[in-house]
Design a binder for this molecule. Structure first.
Ligand code: 5CA
Ligand code: ZN
Length: 409
């Protein structure tokens, strides 16, 4: 699948700091030490509805991770998937009397436009579940052949007991895992499973649903977790630096993915850090496609909202916080964008050298974007009151805000 065009990232003078970030598995901050090429996998959308502010906030967080790495003069190898076949997509297509392929293609196209408008850096590999099937089948066969997976009425399940590290990503107890499994696509109540938590790797073909050749598995379609494992192992390999997603993916998705990969390869860990963004809510409830309480990026763009303001609205919240989208959040961002643009439109201003270091410091400290915004606010205020004779300063600020925060002034 093709991704979307990259906006240019200006190079800044000097060099950024190494990123310290919260890792769900250890429950604390870790200083990442990627090689010259940092490797990141971010879980992509299930394309049955348009990109909402929750998605945008999550992808914004992982865009910041990449901008910090790029500023340390590393390259970034970024992989993202599209879950272009799964139960919720098929259910939505059915409900609306649409062809599921057309629904997925249309929503993915809109997602690309939204990502481009928000200046979110594209992955080098943007891979759909459907196109990953030829790589998924041999992994499931291998898990079965090594005794880490078993068949139940034609479906194939992963045995969570086959990974000694199972449970270490989310750190949840069994009762909590069972609850979340039932809520998030699992089937803990199904009779005949070895462990209620075991997730499906391969679902035998159902009447009226699409299916693919699964070799010795028979016709069917892939489970959700193995999709991301196959794509990540193919393009990044074991021990990549960051696996990212919203906090609702910690369990079961990232827990199960890590176990699949660790059982398959005998290596540990799947990812060096599991990084999770908070949930964005609307009217007191998590924004979600299934609930329908959504604010769409594309709708705001159609209404004439500057994508840079949308991005500033996201950046005004720490990525790990759960927060509520309101009109006031957007209004404040529009006002801030105006202030910043006015401040950089002059030919000179107060020195910006300290500001660049403040933004770097804030982002390297667990992506503290609100602190970075406050630093730019202070520079803009000084520009307003004192001005300054530093001729290059407004240009330096523009480039730093663009390179590190993805906002074009
Ligand atoms: N296709 C799978 C991942 S492999 C999936 O979860 N798709 S999704 O469309 O449901 O979500 C895409 C990303 O947006 C996930 O990282 C998810 O955690 C995140 N996300 C969904 N809703 C919200 C929300 N309200 N706030 C923040 N992030 C959200
Ligand atoms: Zn995923």
């Amino acid at each position: 699948m093709h991704a979307w065009p990259a906006s240019e990232v200006p190079a800044l003078p000097g060099k950024g700091r190494d990123l310290r970030i919260h890792d769900t598995a250890t429950g604390g901050l870790v200083t990442l030490d990627p090689g010259p090429v940092a490797r990141i996998y971010v879980c992509g959308i299930t394309p049955y509805d348009a990109t909402h502010m929750g998605h945008a906030a999550t992808y914004n967080a992982f865009d910041l991770v990449q901008r910090v790495w790029l500023d340390t003069k590393r390259q970034v190898h970024y992989v993202q998937n599209v879950t272009d076949v799964d139960d919720p997509l098929l259910e939505r297509a059915n409900r609306d009397g649409k062809d599921w392929v057309e629904l997925a293609e249309g929503e993915t196209a809109l997602f690309r436009e939204d990502m481009t408008a928000l200046r979110l850096l594209p992955p080098q590999h943007y891979i759909g579940a459907v196109e990953a099937i030829p790589g998924i089948v041999p992994l499931v066969e291998r898990l079965r052949d090594m005794g880490a997976a078993y068949e139940l009425e034609g479906d194939v399940y992963f045995s969570v007991e086959s990974d000694t590290h199972f449970g270490e990503v989310s750190g949840l107890d069994t009762a909590a895992m069972k609850l979340l499994s039932a809520e998030r696509g699992g089937d803990p109540e199904r009779v005949g499973k070895k462990n209620p938590l075991d997730p499906m790797l391969w679902m035998a073909a159902r009447d009226g649903e699409p299916s693919w050749d699964g070799g010795s598995l028979g016709r069917g379609r892939p489970g959700w977790h193995i999709e991301c494992v196959a794509i990540a192992l193919d393009h990044l390999g074991m021990g990549f630096d960051v696996q990212g997603g919203g906090s609702d993916l910690a369990f079961p998705h990232h827990e199960m993915g890590a176990s699949h990969a660790q059982a398959l390869t005998g290596e540990y860990p799947f990812a060096k850090a599991y990084v999770h963004a908070g949930m964005v809510a609307l009217d007191g409830a998590k924004m979600s496609k299934s609930k329908g309480n959504l604010v769409f990026v594309s709708k705001l763009r159609r209404d004439g909202v500057d994508p840079a303001a949308i991005r500033l609205a996201l950046l005004a919240h720490h990525y790990r916080a759960d927060w509520e989208w309101t009109d006031a959040v957007l209004a404040e961002a529009v006002e801030r964008l105006g202030r910043w643009r006015a401040a950089v439109s002059r030919p000179d201003g107060p020195s910006a050298d300290a500001l660049v270091e403040e933004i770097r410091e804030a982002l390297a400290n667990d992506l503290d974007a609100p602190t970075a915004l406050a630093a730019v606010d202070r520079w803009a205020a000084r520009q307003g009151t004192e001005g300054g004779a530093d001729e290059g300063a407004p240009g330096v600020v523009s480039r730093a805000v663009d390179a590190l925060l993805g906002v074009a002034l």
